[in-house]
Design a protein around this ligand. Structure first.
Ligand SMILES: C[S@@+](CC[C@H](N)C(=O)[O-])C[C@H]1O[C@@H](n2cnc3c(N)ncnc32)[C@H](O)[C@@H]1O
Length: 207
């Protein structure tokens, strides 16, 4: 595809590969109707893809990074979709978030590429804005029992920590404990391509 110079859409090869498998899980887990809040939308490709395939839902993309939001806005414009909102500036660690309620939350590839405080705030704030039983869906690589699930994930972890010592592939058990501390269920764990997992937690205790 030739991209016009004023087209601010960014393209992430991984997003093009994983959006289909993630959509398959979301079809099973998201409600039929309502508002889906995406945290850390990045390029915006995921939100555009999911909105196109789940027309009963409205998607609200967000990111803390301005260049990412420009890309998301360009994807929104290119999609022409009525169920895909313009991106909002949202840093998971900065509360209150600029949106008060959602029916589901998705967060793809943020937990390992941000300080742990982002994940703590993600679950705490999600618990305050989701209805009982609503899902929060996370996607990314995780260690299990303190052990990497593949050599490629271990190499990725090393490169993440070299970039920022506060980043890194998290222990699944630590993420689950954080979720449960905030009132979420044990997750449904779905093994995904390229040694990633989708985790689906549901709110059990309204805060
Ligand atoms: C690796 S990218 C993933 C983007 C997209 N979800 C994907 O999988 O293609 C990580 C994204 O997390 C965002 N991010 C990092 N920390 C964040 C925070 N505390 N709150 C919101 N977004 C954050 C970054 O700006 C970046 O867009």
């Amino acid at each position: 595809m030739t991209q016009a110079e004023d087209d601010k859409r960014l393209f992430a090869p991984a997003a093009a590969r994983n959006r289909g498998p993630i959509l398959d899980v979301l079809r099973e887990e998201l409600p039929a109707k309502g508002l889906v809040l995406e945290i850390a939308s990045g390029t915006g490709e995921h939100a555009a893809h999911f909105a196109a395939h789940l027309p009963g839902l409205v998607f609200q993309p967000t990111d803390r990074d301005e260049r990412a939001r420009e890309s998301v806005a360009a994807w929104v414009a290119a999609s022409g979709l009525e169920n895909l909102r313009a991106p909002l500036a949202l840093d998971a660690t900065q509360t209150p978030w600029p949106i008060a309620k959602a029916d589901a939350i998705i967060c793809i590839n943020m937990v390992h590429i941000s300080p742990w405080e982002s994940t703590e705030s993600l679950f705490a704030t999600a618990a305050s804005m989701l209805p009982e039983g609503a899902p929060i869906c996370l996607y990314g690589p995780y260690k299990r029992g303190g052990v990497h699930t593949a050599p490629s994930n271990e190499e990725f972890d090393v490169s993440l920590r070299a970039t920022n010592p506060a980043w890194g592939v998290r222990d699944l058990e630590t993420v689950v404990a954080c979720a449960q501390k905030n009132g979420f269920s044990q997750p449904r764990i779905v093994e995904m391509p390229a040694n990633n997992l989708t985790l689906v937690f549901r709110l059990r205790r309204a805060r």
